[in-house]
Write a protein that binds this ligand. Structure first.
Ligand code: GDP
Ligand code: MG
Length: 163
């Protein structure tokens, strides 16, 4: 079985953008509606001769009121239970939100091997400011721009080191 890496986080933080970037695909799987991924989507990545499976989830919509949101939550939880490593994605531009804190609590409770990915850091000059909110969550942290590719190679290095 190849290791499983699961991308989690609240909606709209850039999980699908990151998924596409890590798969190095030009063809976008991001939806017309940003922040919405209906089903878990799987891909395979090879980095430094290490192969792993990557899952893009619809995200943890924790207040999941309607059936659509509940279904997405169930799928995310299924992926999480099988994960060897979780990429917990947050939005550096939005800063830390209550939903992020809730996801962090779930991941700690599940005792999951987690890398915190602070996305939307669109250049190194923004890095210190945008990541400062997230130190308190207590996860090892990598700042990236999924949209522009900033630091994504370093993130891949960290992923294969932590499998
Ligand atoms: P998801 O719901 O977590 O899968 O988020 P999406 O990948 O659909 O992205 C949500 C929105 O954030 C889209 O409008 C993306 O273009 C935008 N986005 C994603 N990554 C970045 C980034 O690195 N920088 C900026 N500025 N915007 C981003
Ligand atoms: Mg998505």
């Amino acid at each position: 079985m190849i290791p499983l890496v699961v991308i989690l986080g609240r909606p709209n933080v850039g999980k699908s953008t990151l998924f596409n970037r890590l798969l190095k695909k030009k063809k976008s799987l991001t939806h017309n509606l940003p922040g919405v991924t209906r089903d878990n989507i799987y891909g395979e990545v090879i980095h430094e001769k290490v192969k792993f499976a990557l899952v893009d989830t619809g995200g943890l919509v924790l207040e999941g009121e309607d059936e659509f949101e509940k279904e997405i939550l169930v799928q995310a939880e299924e992926a999480l239970s099988d994960a060897d490593l979780v990429l917990f994605v947050v939005d550096g531009k939005d800063g830390l939100t209550p939903q992020d804190k809730e996801v962090a609590r779930l991941l700690r409770q599940a005792n999951k091997n987690t890398l915190l990915v602070v996305n939307k850091v669109d250049g190194f000059e923004q890095e210190d400011l945008l990541i400062s909110d997230f130190y308190g969550l207590g996860f090892p942290m990598v700042a990236v721009s999924a949209a522009h590719g900033y630091n994504v190679r370093f993130l891949l290095d960290q992923v294969v080191e932590n499998l």
